[in-house]
Write a protein that binds this ligand. Structure first.
Ligand SMILES: [Zn+2]
Length: 99
């Protein structure tokens, strides 16, 4: 077993500061550098969507589309009931119609 003075020294993956390798799998001089490195990597490489996250996401997406369609339909029914036969896009958007 090497004494503390004999431990190999290598540069930190995050800040390049040399540190003593107290464990073989150690790659950083401090927890702060390890956290900073991992946070940055997470941002650079977002994890691939798992099947579960797709399922979680979908009901909300369809719900949003359905509520847009329902609102558009409500607006159209209102305009027809008011005997509108033509309306320009700008006015339609004014009623809240979502294209
Ligand atoms: Zn470091």
């Amino acid at each position: 077993m090497p004494t503390h003075d004999e431990l190999p020294i290598q540069p930190c993956l995050e800040c390049s500061e040399p540190y003593k390798v107290t464990r073989e799998d150690r790659k950083f001089c401090s927890d702060m550098c390890r956290t900073a490195y991992n946070n940055r990597r997470r941002k650079e490489q977002p994890p691939e969507q798992t099947a579960a996250s797709v399922v979680d996401w979908r009901p909300d997406f369809y719900q949003q589309i359905n509520s847009i369609i329902a609102r558009n339909r409500y607006i159209m029914e209102y305009l027809i009931s008011m005997d509108f036969r033509a309306i320009d896009r700008h006015d339609l958007e004014g009623y809240g119609f979502n294209f």
